[in-house]
Design a binder for this molecule. Structure first.
Ligand code: FES
Length: 147
């Protein structure tokens, strides 16, 4: 039995502790906003927040995060829309939209650590991939979210 917290709710997964967090979230908790892209830790579509860090959920087993606090895109907004979400809406960023939850989670994690990131900080921190090529708008969007 693996126990941790997801979106402020205690969870217990009766799954193999080697199960990637991505699959526990999607299959056991029905939190399908966390996307499966590459499964190799490269694309960032599965990005969630674990104890304040942006983490690729396909690369972290549930056994490795016992006792941790996980936030997914579904839990990012509690009492109001997160500034990262507002900025993505304001800049009309999504094209196909598949990578956007991971991009927003990476943005939120960056802003938690650095309230005033430079363009270079943004490019270094948010390494998520987007097949639609939203990268120029992404930098503008993170700057807007930080303002
Ligand atoms: Fe996890 Fe691509 S699905 S990084």
């Amino acid at each position: 039995m693996t126990r941790f917290t997801v979106n402020n709710q205690p969870v217990q997964y009766k799954m193999d502790p080697n199960t990637p967090l991505l699959w526990a979230l999607r299959d056991a908790s029905n939190l399908t906003g966390t996307k499966y892209g590459c499964g190799n830790g490269e694309c960032g579509a599965c990005t969630v927040d674990i104890d304040g860090e942006a983490v690729r959920a396909c690369q972290r087993t549930i056994g490795a995060i016992e006792g941790s606090f996980v936030t997914t895109i579904e839990g990012l907004s509690r009492d109001r829309t997160h500034p990262a979400q507002m900025a993505f809406l304001a800049k009309n960023v999504p094209q196909c939209g598949f990578c956007i939850p991971g991009m927003i989670m990476a943005t939120a994690a960056l802003l938690k650590k650095n309230r005033n990131p430079s363009e270079d900080d943004i490019r270094a921190s948010i390494t998520n991939l987007c097949r639609c090529g939203i990268y120029p708008r992404l930098v503008e969007t993170v700057l807007l979210a930080a303002s």
